[in-house]
Design a protein. Structure first.
Length: 195
């Protein structure tokens, strides 16, 4: 099958729903927080015929995509653990973000900007007299570093390693196959670059 506007990816398991504890495999219930266990990547088995993709993107690469695929498998599934992933170089409807090649290099698709993920923190709060008052949740600042070049970073004049500030709630977190977490966003969510 040769898709016209979508990738076809092979995803053997849509959710990471097992934990190995001292040699015993436990199964997690993902119904209550499917975001934590979702698998948002798969092996490319077909490229969109009508897409102007970078030459480096090939069948066999790993494609990172939006969570709609695992939340609506009946809509995107085409059988045998294969799923359609839409592609658009500039629109939010394009669910494909980046391709990881066999040599572990990364090609960001379209104008997506990929940033290093930052974490919220729990900080201990104490009184002036030194008594422990509890822990306080401190949100991470809306700033991070650019991880990979893309059409979006080029449009904004950004380089890999640049620190940027982005709009609140623009930091959509995705987990790469290595377990590394990154943020993806469109260029219009980036407000400033620190120089």
């Amino acid at each position: 099958m040769k898709p016209l506007f979508d990738f076809i990816v092979h995803v053997p398991k849509l959710f990471s729903d097992t934990i190995n504890l001292n040699g015993v495999e436990l199964i997690k219930d993902t119904r209550f927080d499917d975001f934590k266990g979702r698998v948002s990547y798969g092996t490319i088995v077909a490229l969109p015929a009508k897409a102007d993709l970078p030459e480096k993107v090939k069948v066999g690469d790993t494609l990172l995509f939006h969570h709609h695929v695992n939340q609506q498998p009946e809509k995107f599934g085409i059988g045998a653990d294969h799923y359609l992933v839409s592609w658009s170089p500039t629109e939010l409807t394009g669910q494909a973000y980046l391709a990881i090649h066999e040599d572990d290099s990364v090609t960001v698709l379209g104008d997506w900007v990929i940033l290093e993920a930052t974490e919220d923190k729990e900080v201990e709060e104490t009184s002036a007299g030194g008594l422990f008052l509890g822990k306080v949740h401190v949100e991470a600042k809306n700033e991070s570093r650019v991880l990979y070049p893309s059409a979006g970073t080029e449009e904004l004049g950004l380089e890999v390693g640049d620190m940027v500030m982005y709009s609140k709630n623009a930091d959509y977190r995705i987990t790469m196959p290595s377990g590394k977490q990154v943020f993806r966003m469109k260029p219009n969510y980036i407000y400033a670059a620190y120089v």
